[in-house]
Design a protein around this ligand. Structure first.
Ligand SMILES: Cc1cc2nc3c(=O)[nH]c(=O)nc-3n(C[C@H](O)[C@H](O)[C@H](O)COP(=O)(O)OP(=O)(O)OC[C@H]3O[C@@H](n4cnc5c(N)ncnc54)[C@H](O)[C@@H]3O)c2cc1C
Length: 391
């Protein structure tokens, strides 16, 4: 966004903070939480161009998972077994930290359910391959089980699949209730919603940002924009690629899906909400060019694929009504790992981006390591911004 002289109301005064966070998604809110936790006296601002959770954080499926078993297999091939297990454990830690720091004993307050997560084998060939993936995961100490066709049909309501790998410890959540719960824990954070940051500069050991209404200054700036980061920092244009994800939610149905499921053939996933609605998302691979966008709108092609899946892959859903259709924007990095650390061109700007579709399973822990890194602690190398070459 650009701003005209006439519309700029920010010039008259500068608001001072110790830390400013841009982006009020799960990343920005988690960053505010860890900053306050480490130093309750800090004066913090969270600025968002829209409202709490208006980005992907309020539009996702609410899987708080380490990812699918297929994801583990990819990590194994990409980084080797030791690193794959480390990355998996980082998400396990994310889930446990969310529970211990934010949710506490009151799982109901954010509709959190300890369901485990299931990766369904899309074909007989995959099912054979999954036996090896299962053994590797099991030997690496990851708590997985193989489940068969009958169990899949009776516990997950899907038919015509031979089996799946179930990881036992993941869960599902209401993402917006989670954001509100984090917000309720923040005592020293001021929120500026409906304010787009369109300019920033660094001078004299502080960072200044401008929105249409305010000019603000702080010792440190934390940028939590995920897929939107290239629009503020053009040097991220070839580093973080915005990609759209789409979802449908049906009318309420009797309970028949035990927990979150991945069906990686279609880049597709599904779960049932506590109130009975079936949520299905994915199918980006049906229109990959069109989905490489930061435009938040649903399309007929993907929505038809999602609707057809709802109608044909479950029992008793042939004529079910779709009540919600929506989209959201994710940010993908080349190696599908987050990019965290100090912006190479600035001294006091820190950032995290590139959740690559897994922000609910990563961002709380990633915000912790970003905040610690801003105080001088080393980052895990697979997340470190130093691995990136900026052109
Ligand atoms: C359909 C869909 C389903 C998904 N399902 C899951 C799932 O089940 N599990 C999972 O782990 N992940 C899932 N994801 C991914 C997950 O939602 C994201 O990785 C995560 O929410 C990213 O959080 P964030 O806070 O980094 O970014 P966002 O939530 O996108 O927040 C960025 C914020 O920045 C604001 N902003 C942008 N530009 C500016 C500016 N210039 N000035 C001020 N504010 C600005 C935006 O308004 C936005 O609120 C899904 C994503 C989608 C789209």
């Amino acid at each position: 966004m650009t701003i005209s002289y006439w519309l700029d109301e920010s010039l008259n005064s500068t608001k001072q903070f110790d830390a400013i966070i841009i982006g009020a998604g799960v990343a920005g809110m988690s960053t505010a939480y860890w900053l306050e936790k480490n130093n309750p006296n800090l004066k913090i601002a969270v600025v968002d161009k829209n409202y709490l959770g208006s980005g992907a954080s309020g539009r996702n499926a609410g899987f708080v998972t380490c990812g699918s078993s297929e994801h583990f297999n990819k990590l194994h091939k990409q980084f080797g077994l030791e690193k794959a297990v480390e990355i998996w454990k980082f998400s396990e830690q994310n889930r446990e930290l969310l529970k211990s720091e934010i949710i506490g004993g009151d799982l109901k307050s954010v509709d959190y359910f300890n369901t485990g997560a299931c990766t369904v084998a899309p074909s007989a060939e995959d099912w054979t391959r999954y036996q090896t993936v299962y053994s590797t995961m099991k030997e690496a100490g990851i708590d997985v089980e193989l489940i068969d066709e009958q169990y899949l049909a009776s516990q997950y309501g899907v038919r015509n699949f031979l089996g799946a790998i179930q990881y036992k410890h993941d869960g599902i959540i209401h993402p917006v209730k989670l954001l509100n719960k984090i917000k309720s824990k923040l005592k020293n954070t001021e929120f500026f919603f409906g304010e787009e940051v369109f300019d920033l500069k660094e001078s004299n050991n502080s960072v200044q940002i401008k929105t249409q209404k305010h000019q603000m200054s702080a010792a440190k700036l934390f940028v939590c924009l995920n897929g939107y980061i290239p629009f503020l920092f053009s040097e991220f244009k070839n580093i973080i690629k915005p990609q759209r994800g789409q979802v449908v939610v049906t009318e309420p149905l009797p309970a028949f899906v035990k927990g979150p499921c991945y069906l990686t053939k279609h880049l597709c996933y599904f779960r049932q909400l506590p109130t009975g609605e079936l949520l299905v998302g994915g199918f980006r691979n049906h229109d990959i060019e069109a989905e490489n966008t930061a435009l938040d709108e649903s399309t007929d092609k993907i929505q038809s694929a999602l609707t057809e899946f709802v109608q044909n892959y479950f029992q008793n859903t042939k004529s079910v009504k779709i009540n919600y259709r929506w989209s959201g924007i994710m940010g993908f990095s080349d190696d599908a790992q987050m990019i965290i650390g100090k912006h190479p061109k600035y001294n006091n700007i820190h950032l995290m981006a590139g959740c690559s579709g897994h922000g609910m399973g990563l961002s709380f822990n990633s915000a912790r390591v970003m905040v610690e890194n801003s105080e001088g602690t080393e980052l895990p190398n697979h997340l470190n911004i130093n691995r990136i070459t900026f052109s």
